[in-house]
Write a protein that binds this ligand. Structure first.
Ligand code: CP
Ligand code: NVA
Length: 332
């Protein structure tokens, strides 16, 4: 693998990266994964430190950044939602300049994409997007690695995204498929389709790469020929509690169950960024299940636990791919 120079770059959304750069990051992650499995130390960033800002909660992303940073020899400082001054007593621009003076890189998870873009504008060290309302780019790298490990390549892969197609995960998938020349279909009611401006941007990219992007209200029609059936929670972090009822009503036809999987390609796999509501074993799952008389939401427990489900491979790959992003942008 030839080294590509991404030193000093931010990682805010995949629209900012070329297909070659995205492929390089996935290759690099695969390489780090091999090293990790072989017990080969790779602490080439000793002496560096990264700040991890989380204005929303996290299991996978936080743990991935922490473990990956430690594997690379770096120190980490976690700033939780309630414990920093960001946006409350200190502007994003000031925070960026303060943190950039102490750290070698800054991860940000929070609300609007404009916040992470602003942070990057004022930071002299790389800024990494750990999820915003609009995009979740590190998740995309993990998903591409998982798909590539399973199918051997991304060539000819069709991804069907089921559910709320206006939010971070569907937006990110549409961009990713456009960039990588893959086929993408969003399956949802039309009010939940991605915004027109982003569709237009992605269609222009797709024209160059040979990707196809489509939008379908009929779930069974949409998944025809799809190799990856992807879904996400119906109510995302930061959304108001009152919207559960309409989401369950509007998105139930897009629930991933065995029947839907059987309408996809024969080799179809199931993926989900997690956390998932596939049973009532969580506090919110139990509460909403009882309130709306449902036992599963975006995916049935049967599909989630089936052989076709790659969700835990995908979760592990978050760490290897986040490591690649930090390593490449910090010049490991
Ligand atoms: N998929 C994902 O980003 O998980 P966390 O919210 O746990 O980080
Ligand atoms: N759409 C979800 C993704 C979680 C990884 C959310 O923003 O909560």
């Amino acid at each position: 693998m030839n080294k590509m120079d991404l030193k000093g770059r931010d990682f805010l959304k995949l629209l900012d990266y070329t297909a070659e750069e995205i492929t390089y990051l996935v290759d690099l992650a695969a390489d780090y994964k091999k090293k990790k499995k072989a017990g080969e130390l790779h602490d080439t960033l000793k002496g560096k430190n990264v700040a991890l800002i989380f204005e929303k909660t996290s299991t996978r992303t936080r743990c991935s950044f922490e473990v990956a940073a430690h594997d690379l020899g770096m120190g980490t400082t976690y700033l939780e939602p309630a414990s920093s001054q960001i946006g409350k007593k200190e502007s994003i621009a000031d925070t960026a300049r303060v943190l950039a003076g102490m750290f070698d890189g800054i991860e940000y998870r929070g609300y609007g994409q404009e916040i992470v873009e602003e942070l990057a504008k004022y930071s002299k060290v790389p800024v990494w997007n750990g999820l915003t309302n609009e995009f979740h780019p590190t998740q995309m790298l993990a998903d591409l690695l998982t798909i590539r490990e399973h199918f051997g390549s991304l060539e000819g892969i069709k991804v069907a995204y089921m559910g709320d197609a206006r939010y971070n995960m569907a937006n990110s998938w549409m961009v990713t498929c456009a960039k990588m020349g893959m086929d993408f279909v969003a399956c949802s009611p039309k009010e939940y389709f991605p915004n027109a401006e982003l569709i237009e941007t992605c269609q222009a990219i797709a024209k160059e790469t040979g990707a196809t992007l489509s939008f379908c209200e009929d779930a069974k029609e949409g998944v025809k020929g799809a190799n990856v059936i992807y879904t996400d929670v119906w109510v995302s972090m930061g959304e108001p509690d009152e919207i559960w009822e309409e989401r369950i009503r509007d998105l139930s036809p897009y629930k991933v169950d065995k029947d839907l999987m059987d309408h996809a390609a024969e080799n179809a796999i199931f993926m989900h960024c997690l956390p998932a509501f596939h049973d009532l074993k969580t506090e919110i799952g139990k509460e909403k299940g009882e309130q709306y008389n449902v036992t599963e939401l975006e995916v049935t427990d049967e599909v989630f636990e089936s052989e076709r489900s790659l969700v835990f491979e995908e979760a592990e790959n978050r760490m290897h791919t986040i490591k690649a992003v930090m390593a490449a942008t910090l010049g490991a």
